[in-house]
Design a protein around this ligand. Structure first.
Ligand code: NGQ
Ligand code: ZN
Length: 439
């Protein structure tokens, strides 16, 4: 029997999957939870929590051709109604949903900093605190990424009226960052985010990256999600976005390039070589019509990726990884893409890769107190052994198999339930009712 001491929570697992392979008869603490199959919890490397409350509300055809850009207008209108209290209620509900789906940490890419008219709240960190409180209440690990958002396009145009609340000067940004780093704990890590090349001028990017406050922290940026963005970047900066970024910043394993959908071969190789994480959000990328990431070539180049639920049109690592694999199968008319070696399991390859990338992007590489336990009683797992359980978990059926979840050494989901389920759901309903009536 392998003995581990992790927090105070207990687990007795016949099989624990780890990136190094299966361990047998593993026991932590007092064996409060017993199971056949357990695996490490998944980090969710990209989230805009407030968008959870508009999932399903942007699926009706508009007057012209709908696109990412028309969705964005709907999203901005929605964002303009969110305040600290509604943000906290929405994020708490979302984070409980994440835990139940198997995510044990979330990277929150947070840019709703100020009041809707752009003036700072009395406490400039009021919205950040709402997120921190929600994560604490849910019991999920949080990597908070305050976002720098300064311009409305590559040409440096000012923020539109609806974007005003996202905007901060570099000084105000660094002050916010400093105030948040003072709150760090094992459950709260703080990183840096540049919204996108279109929202951050080159000088501002340099100033933030050069600040001692940025030292050793993860750096996230949205990049090359849409063809229009690639074209604007070529037009104004005479380079493709990923190319431009590599030419103007030292991209290394601290970086998470969110989406990185539209890459030429040399950009794809540059990301793979750098150790940066490609932050893939397959369900959102499908929902927004972004495009498909070149997964097979990237894995063959030894690239690192993780997964995020981004707009939260869906909140499940199973669905993200399934879409990731199936998008590739549909586009290439081949099977078993994510596992690159003969005999290797697709499910294990996907979980392993997304776990390593997710940990790197969240700045928490050692997450030995984050586990999920699969439901032994599910018919889906009948006659499954350790050779087939991850493939079954990720690719078969449509019934959630995550029964218990340990985050930060605490059982936060037991038998599909969270202690604060009812209270958090009631506050969420009240918040979205208010938002709907204030339209
Ligand atoms: C976001 N979403 O930050 O939520 C963006 C849209 C923007 C995606 N890129 C906002 N999927 O581009 O300003
Ligand atoms: Zn995003």
């Amino acid at each position: 029997m392998n003995e581990h001491t992790i927090g105070q929570a207990g687990l007795l697992a016949e099989y624990l999957w780890t990136p190094a392979g299966w361990q047998h008869d593993v026991r932590f603490g007092g064996a409060e939870v017993r199971t056949r199959f357990a695996l490490p919890g998944m980090p969710n490397l990209h989230s805009h929590a407030f968008q959870r409350a508009m999932a399903g509300l942007a699926e009706r055809r508009g007057p012209g051709d709908d696109s990412f850009w028309t969705w964005r207008e709907t999203m901005y209108r929605f964002a303009s109604r969110i305040g600290p209290e509604s943000l906290r209620a929405i994020a708490a509900q979302l984070y409980v949903e994440m835990l139940k789906a198997g995510y044990t940490r979330v990277c929150e890419f947070h840019y709703l900093h100020s009041a809707p008219d752009g003036t700072a709240y009395a406490d400039p960190a009021a919205m950040s605190r709402a997120i921190i409180e929600a994560a604490h209440e849910a019991g999920i690990g949080l990597t908070l990424l305050p976002v720098l958002y300064m311009t409305g396009g590559f040409d440096g145009r000012p923020l539109s009226e609806r974007q005003r609340r996202f905007g901060l000067s570099v000084d105000a940004y660094l002050r916010l960052l400093e105030s948040l780093t003072a709150l760090e704990s094992p459950m709260l890590r703080v990183g840096i985010a540049l919204h996108s090349l279109r929202a951050v001028p080159e000088v501002a990017m340099r100033e933030v990256l050069a600040s001692p406050l940025a030292n050793g922290r993860p750096v996230h940026i949205h990049i090359a999600e849409q063809i229009g963005e690639v074209q604007d970047c070529l037009g104004v900066r005479n380079a493709r976005p990923v190319q431009w970024l590599f030419d103007h910043a030292d991209i290394d394993a601290r970086w998470c390039l969110v989406h990185a959908t539209h890459l030429d071969d040399s950009e794809m190789r540059a990301i793979a070589r750098s150790g940066a994480v490609a932050g893939l959000c397959p369900s959102t990328e499908a929902n927004l019509g972004d495009g498909l990431f070149p997964l097979a070539a990237y894995l063959d180049a030894n690239g690192t990726f993780g997964i995020g639920s981004d707009s939260h049109i869906s909140v499940s690592p199973v669905e993200e990884l399934r879409w990731l694999e199936y998008g590739q199968r549909l586009a290439t008319r081949r099977r078993n893409i994510a596992s690159r070696a003969p005999g290797a399991s697709v499910g294990e390859a996907l979980w392993d890769a997304a776990l390593r990338g997710g940990r790197r992007a969240s700045g928490v590489e050692d997450a030995r107190a984050d586990f999920i336990v699969l439901d032994d009683a599910s018919a889906l797992l009948a006659a499954r052994d350790e050779r087939s359980v991850l493939d079954t978990f990720l690719l078969a059926g449509n019934t959630p198999l995550v029964r218990d979840v340990m985050a930060g050494g605490r059982w936060v989901v037991r038998n599909f339930h969270h202690d604060a389920d009812d209270e958090i759901a009631a506050r969420y309903r009240a918040a979205v009712d208010t938002l709907a009536s204030s339209r």
